[in-house]
Design a protein around this ligand. Structure first.
Ligand SMILES: Nc1ncnc2c1ncn2[C@@H]1O[C@H](COP(=O)(O)OP(=O)(O)OP(=O)(O)O)[C@@H](O)[C@H]1O
Length: 249
């Protein structure tokens, strides 16, 4: 199935520089999230991964560089304009409206869609996470961490994005809950969506991704096949050691 916002090119980030509170945080980051594949961005605590996500989402300004979805430039657009180009960002922290039901949390995510599109988006989300149907009327605050992550991903999926960026998918989740999410992400990529998994812990992301990037201190230190990092973990470990973070897995 081809998503409604499908782009042949995916998301391209070129030479992106970002400052926060007067301090330079990203120093010329270049990265691609091709359509129909899973890519991972790894890096230790403080590397700048969340800063990159916030900039792509239109929540932080860049001082230099380019972010483009297909042939559409995103820098300078408002967050809702960026979403309408087909870029969906799942922020770290699984923020849901805790007193609202699963259904209402998903409905909130479809508010800007036409009725047919909203219905099709909800159907796709339920195909990916059929267990949410049983929790349809449950307040989000009563869900397990894994279920909350399903709802947050479903909120991004309902708008049928071309590119889906997920910050810290596995943070705080039991391994069994993470394992449950993985086939859904593979199915999303098989739909033609470009998926970027941004992770501090490498194991899960490297098991899924085709391409991998490692960021350290606001720069991309490694770009290549995920299999290369799986086979040569020392490439990854050096970035984590330099930052003082104990381990990548
Ligand atoms: N609100 C902020 N204002 C100023 N500097 C910030 C802010 N948030 C983060 N930083 C700084 O930006 C740098 C990169 O942080 P960022 O959160 O992007 O890294 P990260 O790789 O996502 O790490 P983590 O996984 O811990 O969030 C750090 O030096 C951090 O201190």
């Amino acid at each position: 199935m081809v998503p409604s916002n499908a782009s042949p090119d995916g998301l391209v980030i070129a030479d992106l520089a970002v400052s926060r509170a007067g301090r330079s945080i990203l120093h010329g980051v270049s990265l691609e999230v091709p359509a129909g594949a899973i890519t991972t961005l790894l890096g230790p605590n403080g590397a700048g991964k969340s800063t990159l996500m916030l900039t792509i989402a239109g929540l932080l300004p860049a001082t230099r560089g380019r972010v483009a979805q297909g042939d559409r430039d995103l820098l300078g657009l408002r967050p809702e304009q960026i979403r309408s180009t087909g870029v969906a960002v799942v922020a770290e922290g699984r923020r849901l409206l805790g007193d609202l039901s699963v259904h209402d949390n998903l409905r909130v995510a479809t508010y800007a869609l036409a009725g047919d599109d909203a219905g099709a988006g909800l159907d796709r989300a339920l195909q990916l996470f059929p267990e949410l149907e049983k929790r349809w009327d449950t307040p989000a605050r009563l869900l397990s961490g894994g279920e909350q992550q399903m709802v947050v991903i479903a909120q991004a999926i309902v708008s049928r994005p071309s590119t889906l960026l997920i910050d810290e998918l596995s943070l705080g989740l039991a391994p069994v809950a993470v394992q449950r999410l993985l086939p859904a992400l593979e199915a999303v990529a098989a739909d033609g969506v470009g998926v970027l998994l941004v992770e501090q812990f490498a194991h899960v992301a490297l098991s899924l991704a085709e391409r991998a990037y490692v960021m350290h201190a606001g720069r991309i230190d490694f770009r290549g096949e995920a299999s290369e990092l799986r086979e040569r973990p020392e490439l990854l470990e050096s970035a984590y050691r330099l930052s003082g973070t104990a381990s990548a897995v």
